[in-house]
Ligand binder design. Structure first.
Ligand code: ADP
Ligand code: MG
Length: 256
């Protein structure tokens, strides 16, 4: 059985920052359409891994094949063009604009729809605009933001704003979504809403997801497979049940 075209196969990934080895020979496979969690204590190398997959950091060694392409050899914009999307905390939403407008801007940026032809109100551009709005509304409704669409982002509670960031990443219609600690700073109800949204995204849109998370419990209900990192090395890989009872994993978390 060969790898599916949209599997992500990470092999022997090593990342050095000067004298620091943030990742050492890390390998894992994300099957197409699955949710793969990357967990581990602080400093384990989880964010570094996502940063390599999205082209923010260069790999020192190893590969990350997504279909025909090795992501470690591509610049950020080419990785994005392959349909790989992530949330960026520093790419702020426009707080005074509505949720709908924020999502439409993201949609246009990714889809390269000409604002000029839209402004000229060409029939084709108008039809496209209606299609974009329908797609954006569908994404928002899917993750429980339907009733927020006409509100300015600044009016929303923290948990909703974080789901707007998720919606924005989905506006590019990615095949692979990279999420770094999506429930960080959330209260219980907010994290439940985010968990539901992520599960819905995976199942309804058929997207592969790599979910980085510090809290082991959060990923257990969501993940198909889990890779556990500690000090930049893979210490376990398996189903949630397998890694949860792994002595090395328990030891890593106890020492955290
Ligand atoms: P995690 O996300 O699991 O908490 P990180 O990937 O952020 O861990 O960090 C792993 C290690 O790599 C840490 O020792 C961190 O200090 C180091 N590191 C991460 N990014 C950089 C960077 N840009 N420059 C230097 N060291 C870094
Ligand atoms: Mg991190």
């Amino acid at each position: 059985a060969g790898a599916s075209v949209r599997d992500l196969v990470v092999e022997g990934l090593t990342v050095r920052f000067g004298g620091i080895k943030a990742l050492t020979d890390v390998s894992f496979t994300v099957a197409s359409g699955s949710l793969h969690a990357l967990i581990g204590p602080n400093g384990a190398g989880k964010s570094t891994c996502l940063n390599v997959l999205s082209g923010v950091y260069a790999a020192t060694e190893g590969s990350a094949r997504y279909g025909e392409d090795d992501l470690t050899r591509l610049p950020r914009h080419e990785i994005a063009a392959l349909g790989i999307s992530r949330t960026f905390q520093n790419m702020a939403l426009s707080p005074t604009e509505t949720v709908l407008d924020n999502l439409l801007v993201a949609r246009h940026r990714h889809m390269r729809t000409g604002f000029v032809s839209a402004a000229l109100r060409l029939p084709r551009a108008r039809r496209e605009a209606a299609e974009h709005e329908a797609a954006v509304v569908r994404i928002a409704e899917l993750i429980g933001l339907g009733r927020t669409l006409r509100h300015p982002v600044s009016d929303l509670p923290y948990g909703d704003r974080k789901r707007v960031e998720l919606a924005r990443a989905l506006c590019a219609e990615p095949g692979l979504l990279l999420l770094d600690e999506p429930v960080a700073g959330m209260n219980f109800n907010e994290s439940v809403a985010m968990e539901e949204a992520i599960g819905t995204v995976q199942h309804e849109l058929g997207i592969s997801i790599v979910l980085v998370e510090h809290d082991m419990r959060f990923v257990m209900g969501l993940a198909d497979r889990v890779t556990v990192l500690d000090f930049g090395k893979r210490i376990a890989d398996g189903t949630p049940a397998e890694v949860q009872s792994d002595p090395d994993v328990l030891r890593a978390y106890l020492g955290d």
